[in-house]
Structures are given as C-alpha cells and as structure tokens.
Design a protein. Sequence first.
Length: 153
Amino acid sequence: MAVVYIGLGSNMGDRAEYLRNAAELILSKCGASLMAESSIKETKAVDFKDQPDFLNQIIKIKTDLEPVVLLNHLKEIEIEMGRIYRFSKGPREIDIDILLYNDLVMNENTLKIPHPEILRRDFILEHLAELDPELTDPVSKKKYSEVLYHAGI
C-alpha cells in the first residue's frame, strides 16, 4: 500500500463542508484508509489574488491505487462535487492534489510528484510538518519541517 499526502483546498461556498466531503469521498471512492489529517488553515490566494480566501488541509491516506489512477479518481471527485474550471488558478469549489506518493519522484505531463508547489506554499509546508516533522522531500532530501524553519515561518 502507498502512503499518499493529498492537499485539499476550497474558496467558494461552504469551504469547510467541501473539505469534509472531499475527504469522505476520497476514502470511499479510492478504497483508501485515513492515517491522519492536518488542521485546517485559512490562506490568501497566491497567484490570482482577486478572489476569496481559501481553506486548506492535507490528509494522509493509504491506498492500493497507482498514482495516475488515483489522480483520475480525484479529478472525478472534483467534478462530482461541482468544481467548475473557470480559469487557471481561479476560484474553486474544491481542489484536490496529490502532494506526495511514498517517496516517488514522477515528472509526467499530467502528474508531477512531489507536487511542484510544495516548497513554494508556506501552508503546505506547515501542514506537512504538522503531520510528520520527519517527512523528507524525495528530491532535495530535506525535511519539510527544516525547510519551514529556515524560511522563518
């Protein structure tokens, strides 16, 4: 079984409810078991700033699904939950991303693992350090908690 860290985000409607529902659907539709979940943090939009604030959370799951199959299930869940793709980096009912999949490094057109935004998003670093202070980036081999500390966050 793979250990996978999945990022959840929402900045439309009942944001907390979207996060809860997404986690439940991931567990049921992906045959996954929940290992841990981070706290929920409210964050400002990063790239396109003229939009509502996000609620973000990370869940840590175990699954037998291969990365691309898991990604396809996650995209189906986003659509099922009513996500509308307005424009890149725009407002979204729910955003579900694979952040880490074991210690896999993958660089395909449709899926990059670790997620390319991990080291650029403070809230992701905070959540990962919260879930596992010893968790290490599979590329840089640095602990996310140390990256967070050196960033002065």
